[in-house]
Design a protein around this ligand. Structure first.
Ligand code: NAP
Length: 310
């Protein structure tokens, strides 16, 4: 039996090598060269793969998504019915995201944009010293990524707040849950960081109403999915000065169209969905582990909870 591998052409060979380095006996077929469809027992796919295509493989018993987010799998028609779906929970993804959050929180906190503007004008002027203990960072989503980022921010000395679906108790983090919790957290958040999965409940969560709840001069960061931000509402909040700056790694659509206002906006830092990049050699062990578990009929790891949508 064989494994179907499907990702962008530039990553295909690295994934193949990484999987074979751990399990040299795997029969890996690189899409679209799947061979006999009846021989495919597992598919390891990134977001470009058409879920309808997977219905060609009658013996498919496992689908692995090559990323932490699974919103692309939930688009119609969704994964083949009855096929369990696993996602990646990878240390390199988590640490990469933590670095991105820390980098941009510190940029905003330490007035980097202002100092660069002064440098461009050759102005030697000290700005008021920022107080770390007074800069509250609110994180939407305290999962794998959010919890790690919260720990880093705590270590630097920021007061950290976090919002989840189910109430959580994380030492050193002021936790909120549900709709009332969201409103309460936003009113106390100076830098908002979105690390949510995109679900029907979280789509458009950063909008005119929620932005208005943030204190004047707050910053917004999004590295969840582009669909979390209502772009026109964020631009309006930036233009009127209520929001002081934004760091955005994800957009709808991607790539961000060249004419989009985010590209040239002086208060917006644009990243090309690169805050945290999957490294095949780091992620491959858990993929092989799930293939082995599937073959041995043992419980799979990192399964997606489709009832929750993430
Ligand atoms: P995760 O471990 O599943 O955590 C998701 C968190 O979001 C959980 O804390 C969950 O609450 C919370 N949440 C979900 N729906 C919610 C709702 N309706 N209301 C309040 N909280 C809600 O996911 P993760 O591994 O941290 O990844 C999060 C997302 O980051 C991914 O889904 C993906 O979209 C994005 N991502 C982006 C990049 C990038 O390069 N930009 C890379 C990797 C991941 P509970 O704790 O109550 O379950």
């Amino acid at each position: 039996m064989a494994i179907l591998l499907s990702t962008k052409a530039s990553a295909m060979q690295a994934w193949r090598d990484a999987l074979l380095a751990i399990a040299p006996d795997l029969d890996i077929r690189m899409f679209p060269e799947a061979g006999n469809p009846e021989e495919i027992e597992a598919a390891v796919c990134w977001n470009s793969h058409d879920m309808a295509e997977l219905r060609r493989y009658p013996n498919l018993k496992l689908l692995v998504s090559m990323g932490a987010g699974v919103d692309h799998l939930l688009r119609a028609p969704g994964p083949p019915p009855g096929v369990p779906v696993a996602r990646l929970k990878d240390e390199r993804l988590t640490t990469g995201m933590g670095e991105w959050v820390l980098l941009n929180v510190l940029r905003f906190h330490r007035q980097d944009a202002e100092y660069r503007a002064q440098q461009a004008a050759r102005i030697w002027r000290e700005l008021p010293a920022p107080d770390t203990a007074q800069r509250r960072v609110g994180i939407l989503g305290l999962g794998q990524l959010g919890t790690h980022a919260a720990g880093l921010l705590r270590m630097v000395g920021f007061p950290v707040l976090g919002w989840t679906r189910a109430p959580r108790d994380i030492p050193g983090v002021t936790c909120f849950a549900g709709a009332d919790g969201l409103r309460a957290m936003l009113t106390q958040t100076d830098i908002l960081v979105c690390l949510l999965p995109l679900t029907p409940e979280t789509r458009g969560i950063i909008n005119r109403d929620t932005l208005a709840l943030l204190p004047p001069g707050a910053f917004v960061m999004n590295s969840g999915r582009g669909g979390h931000v209502v772009a026109d509402d964020l631009l309006a909040a930036l233009d009127c000065g209520h929001i002081a700056g934004a760091a955005l790694d994800v957009f709808e659509p991607e790539p961000l169209p060249p004419e989009h206002r985010f590209w040239g906006h002086e208060k917006v830092l644009v990243w090309p969905h690169a805050s945290s990049i999957t490294i095949p050699s780091s992620a491959a062990p858990q993929v092989v582990e799930n293939i082995r578990r599937m073959r041995q009929g043992r419980p799979l790891i990192n399964l997606v909870d489709f009832s929750a949508g993430y």
